[in-house]
Design a protein around this ligand. Structure first.
Ligand SMILES: NC(=O)c1ccc[n+]([C@@H]2O[C@H](COP(=O)([O-])OP(=O)(O)OC[C@H]3O[C@@H](n4cnc5c(N)ncnc54)[C@H](O)[C@@H]3O)[C@@H](O)[C@H]2O)c1
Length: 326
């Protein structure tokens, strides 16, 4: 069988970088499609020789013709769609948010539809933002989505519904994945990026305030990438939507882990003890039933690996801290 050719949209972003790293390790062809030509997040976790194996196409996901054309030109067989804007952008500019997050996702499905059957499945990033608030500690299952509190969550839910209709009308299978607080090197934007920023701040000896508290579902970036790639390569027919679950822990536990690793940071990382308006535990029984066991990196290990990487980059003079000022 010839080498699978993956199109990864938004691959210059945080989760995209981790997906690309794993795909290259597995020997897949990787086409990066992103509005940004800047590979700085790839460079946090890969060396230049690895990055040089990718093919980069700069473009806007709202340009449906470009997306369909590149799927044809490069014989794409698998699509992982991550391009999108997060809560702050959707809140400030809902029209732009809808164009990128909703129309952009429709464009990806159209490209799959126009591929003549070569692309059999679209895997796309949905989000736990499709849920409203739930009592702390109660695991929510897929069917409880609704009552979302942000345009971002409403757009993600709309994508899930469009995905279902693409299967009904055109037979295009899909998997939408719903992560909550993904963390690790490269996470630098959006409110739930604060725990990762706190790790970075501690490494460079700066104080940091995390803008939320309570318990949340922390998913390590490597586990998130694993779920996207396994969903893309599994033999799943239909329009599936799966919760992702990592480790449900209190923000105070992240602070403790950081302080254990970097005692000089003791007392310098603070947080506002208001939970985010989303469930703190996502039930991932459904994805386990579909794909088999999924990794659940314990928080202590994920924080340790993240701090270790930031420390390495800092020592090499390569740690960008501009996100700490944003
Ligand atoms: N990080 C999380 O905790 C989390 C949680 C739930 C869902 N998600 C979803 O996962 C996906 C990836 O998240 P991330 O954290 O890697 O985000 P990110 O902001 O780091 O990356 C998004 C990428 O999309 C690109 N992009 C934005 N607009 C574009 C456009 N118009 N055309 C082409 N590319 C464009 C950006 O340049 C960026 O490289 C997003 O859809 C996000 O909503 C993330």
């Amino acid at each position: 069988m010839s080498q699978p050719q993956f199109l990864v949209t938004g691959a210059h972003g945080f989760i995209g970088a981790w997906v690309v790293k794993r795909l290259l390790a597995e020997g897949a062809g990787v086409f990066i499609f992103d509005k940004s030509a800047d590979p700085h997040r790839l460079r946090l976790i890969m060396d230049d020789a690895e990055i040089a194996q990718t093919h980069v196409i700069e473009g806007d996901i709202t340009d449906g013709e470009q997306v369909s054309a590149l799927v044809q030109q490069h014989d794409i067989t698998h699509i992982i769609h991550l391009a999108g804007v997060q809560v702050p952008v959707c809140r400030a500019n809902p029209r732009l948010g809808a164009m990128i997050n909703v129309v952009g996702t429709v464009n990806v499905f159209e490209a799959a539809k126009n591929s003549g059957g070569r692309v059999q499945r679209v895997v796309y990033a949905s989000s736990a933002a499709v849920f409203g608030e739930a009592e702390e500690g109660r695991a929510v299952s897929e069917g409880e989505a609704g009552s979302m509190t942000t345009h971002y969550g409403a757009f993600k839910r709309c994508n899930e519904d469009n995905a279902r209709v693409y299967f009904l009308d055109n037979g295009i299978s899909s998997v939408g994945l719903r992560p909550l607080t993904v963390y690790g090197p490269g996470r630098d934007f959006g409110m739930t990026s604060d725990p990762t920023k706190a790790m970075k701040a501690a490494v460079v000896g700066r104080p940091f305030h995390i803008r939320f508290g309570g318990k949340t579902d922390f998913l390590y970036a490597a586990d998130c990438a694993d779920a996207f790639i396994r969903s893309a390569t599994a033999n799943l027919t239909g329009a599936h939507v799966f919760n992702l679950h990592g480790a449900t822990e209190h923000v105070a536990d992240v602070v403790t882990e950081i302080e254990n690793l970097l005692p000089a940071a003791k007392g310098t990382i603070t947080f506002t003890d208001t939970p985010i308006a989303m469930p703190s535990v996502l039930d991932d029984t459904a994805i386990v039933a579909a794909l088999g066991a999924v990794p659940h990196t314990p928080l202590a290990q994920g924080v340790r690996e993240t701090v270790a990487r930031f420390t390495q980059l800092h020592a090499a003079g390569r740690l960008d801290t501009s996100d700490l000022d944003a």
